[in-house]
Design a protein around this ligand. Sequence first.
Ligand code: ZN
Length: 271
Amino acid sequence: MPPMNTPDSLPPLREEASSLTRRAWLGRSLAAAAAASLPLKLVAAEKRRVVVWSEGTAPDDKVYPQDINTAVADGLKKHLQGWDIELANLKSPEQGCSEDSLKRCDVLIWWGHKRHDDVKNEYVDRIVRRVKEEGMGFISVHSSHYAKPNKRLMGTACGWGAYENDGCTCKVIVKEPNHPIVKGVKDFTLPQIERYSEPYAVPTPEAVPLAGTYVYPDGKQEPTRLGLCWTIGKGRMFYFAPGHETYRDFYMPEVERIFANAVEWAAPVRA
Ligand code: ZN
């Protein structure tokens, strides 16, 4: 680096600047030439891509006026570097599951509740194939335990033992502190949660980085699993149990970090 702060440095600085400009010009020209001769796919593949899908049924006059996927994506933007973060929903072309979109998708996050049946089976087939055969990551959230792609990937009934929305809180416990999904996350409390009680009818997970304790309004406590991990074929899958549409879970800084970590964890390793 030339000295920056003495008058003597001005001429060499200008010279350096002009040579930098030439180098930058040359670099740009080479990059343009390279881009012109490379297949578009390879150039576009440099940035990883996460698609946040939700069905569009969160009440627009409550906590998620722009739906769940917008809130999740806003959280991801605070933490993820080098990612394209995109939204999709039932109204997107091919319900957000076009071959082209899925092909360029490293991780698909899915939130559904009332409209699981509206998702076309052929699109579910595409998702399952991308995960199992090509390693796309899949993150399923809350009521998506009954979403078609979730059930297909799990291969089980995917029901919980009970569902209660009685104003309980939940202590979220980092159970496997070395797991990448909980990096930088400490135990925290969700002030309100819709309670999903064990047992959860899914295959035995390979990791449970997040457990929890529901605390009922009368003080009674109940343990549960909140964050579960599997490998399905070539792909990784994470399920996160909180995330009811009338509670502020997705705005919690800890939840934002968990989602960003989960995206990085679920993403396929690129050659
Ligand atoms: Zn719910």
